[in-house]
Write a protein that binds this ligand. Structure first.
Ligand SMILES: Nc1ncnc2c1ncn2[C@@H]1O[C@H](COP(=O)(O)OP(=O)(O)OP(=O)(O)O)[C@@H](O)[C@H]1O
Ligand SMILES: [Mg+2]
Length: 479
């Protein structure tokens, strides 16, 4: 019997597939859906990366309804994991907050387009951190509007780009201080029970790291430094972002390293981003993620002569909170985060969320690191001093930016290679390879240039945020 017929009868169908030894299983999701007569949101494929796959067909999307999270879900197990949601087959989705076997702090990445459920997933994580005695700092870069309940539930809260930079500087200083202290004490790793685990989270990190953002370079440097130094001293980092390309998040390879080692969750995202993840080796070759639509609606083709043309599909269930935990054991298995608080908007803070946080004080940073954390940390509960520190940083940045030669300011007599490359990029209608850029530069009749020189200049333009580099080595001006 066809899978779709069984599924239509209300049953879940599981097909175990295997290709002969020596072959690698490959599949084409749309072709498979078409062959089985099932829409993509009711079909999942999980493979072992080699020969075997389980194809599951559901009578309706199994994740349309998920229950609310509880404090029990969020208590760490002996492996340092919490339960954040469910997979399509009802199994729990675990996220590691800490690795007790190595003493390693974790990095967390949450990616999704607007409204995909990033902030709710972050809220869930912050609740878990409070429950588990982790010291959390939060930069809520949408003016504090994304995770409002967290404000008094974390040790340090900021909501502006300046605040985020001050917070990151403090965090890096704390990581360095812990390194000094631990090495003086002869400790080469972190263990729970002495200093608290300490996590810095930034929601909407794209606002800090996108091309043209004023603190992009320093932000990217600090995030990278946290990732590099924090792991062995109990300092973790979490980023939530939306962006069309990884390059938009700080240029070069700021997040690539974190991506390879972190706890990565991909919520609803564009197909091009998915492709980029595969081409960057962040997903196993051949693995496919069913793109998550905004709402679960079966497209019904209707003739214009059909009298029922004006059907109302506002009731189609949404997919917020659905995603793939790329770093988990089932990266291609659709999951959904538990519901956190009310779905309908509430006026003011959500009491259900406050209750999950619990009434106790949030965990604070250890006293031995307060000095290293510096004036911003000391002033965190004093809005006036904090505003003055932010103002100081803004002025510092303005002075610095005046020193930089803007693109397009070719000095008289000597046209800079940077300007020639830039002109080539903005004159092209489509993104170009480095070779094409060189050809265009040579065609301007100026001095001969090498491909190496063009590449270096393109790299500098990307790092300065003027241009972007796509997955396939194509360059385009940043917008
Ligand atoms: N797991 C979930 N189950 C049900 N609804 C959810 C879930 N996660 C998020 N939502 C709902 O989806 C909406 C958007 O969620 P959220 O604000 O977390 O998204 P976001 O990705 O942070 O969006 P933005 O880009 O606007 O910041 C909210 O109304 C929220 O209640
Ligand atoms: Mg958000």
């Amino acid at each position: 019997m066809r899978g779709s017929t069984l599924a239509a009868a209300g049953e879940v169908v599981e097909l175990m597939l295997e290709v002969p030894q020596g072959q690698v299983l490959r599949y084409d999701m749309p072709a498979l859906c078409s062959a089985l007569g099932v829409p993509p949101d009711r079909l999942t494929v999980e493979t072992d990366g080699l020969r075997r796959a389980i194809v599951t067909i559901y009578p309706s999307n199994p994740l349309t309804q998920v229950r609310a999270v509880t404090r029990e879900d969020l208590a760490m197990d002996r492996h340092g994991r919490i339960i954040v949601g469910v997979y399509h087959n009802g199994r729990p989705v675990r996220r590691r907050l800490y690795d007790p076997s190595t003493g390693s702090a974790q990095r967390f990445l949450l990616f999704g387009t607007t409204g995909a459920g990033k902030s709710k997933a972050l809220q869930l994580q912050l609740i878990a951190e409070k429950i588990n005695g982790i010291c959390s700092w939060l930069g809520d870069l949408k003016f504090g509007q994304s995770v409002p309940e967290a404000k008094d539930q974390v040790d340090f809260h900021v909501h502006t780009p300046e605040g985020a930079i001050l917070m990151l500087r403090s965090g890096v200083a704390v990581a360095h201080e812990r390194m000094r202290r631990y090495s003086a004490a002869g400790r080469n790793s972190f263990a729970l029970g002495l200093d608290p685990l300490f996590h810095i989270h930034l929601d909407e990190i794209n606002r800090l790291l996108e091309a043209g953002a004023p603190y992009r370079d320093e932000g990217a440097y600090l995030v990278k430094e946290l990732g590099r130094t924090g792991r062995s001293v109990g300092v973790g980092a979490g980023l939530a972002a939306q962006a069309a390309h990884l390059e938009e998040l700080g240029g070069s390879d700021t997040l690539r390293g974190m991506f390879k080692e972190g706890e990565v969750t991909l919520l609803r995202w564009s197909a091009s981003m998915m492709r980029q993840l595969v081409s960057d080796g962040l997903l196993p070759d051949g693995a496919q993620l069913m793109p998550i639509p905004k709402v679960l609606r079966t497209v019904t083709l209707r003739s214009q002569f059909d009298p029922d043309l004006d059907e109302d599909d506002d009731d189609a269930p949404g997919t917020q909170g659905m995603g793939y935990v790329l770093s988990g054991p089932h990266p291609t298995s659709l999951m959904r985060h538990f519901r956190v608080g009310s779905i309908a908007p509430v006026a003011g803070l959500d009491p259900e969320i406050l209750e999950l946080y619990g009434p106790e004080e949030p965990v604070h940073l250890e006293e031995a690191s307060w000095k290293a954390a510096g004036p911003a940390y000391a002033a965190r509960h004093d809005p006036e001093v904090m505003a003055a520190l932010c103002q100081e940083l803004q002025e510092e940045k303005e002075k610095e930016s005046k020193k930089v030669i803007p693109v397009g300011s070719g000095r008289q007599g000597a046209v800079l290679l940077q300007d020639r490359v830039w002109t080539a990029l903005i004159s092209a209608e489509e993104p170009m390879t480095a070779d094409e850029v060189r050809e265009a530069v040579l065609a301007d009749g100026g001095k001969k240039v090498s491909l190496g020189g063009v590449r270096t200049t393109l790299g500098a333009l990307v790092d300065a945020g003027h241009a972007i580099r796509s997955a396939h080595g194509l360059y385009a001006p940043a917008q």
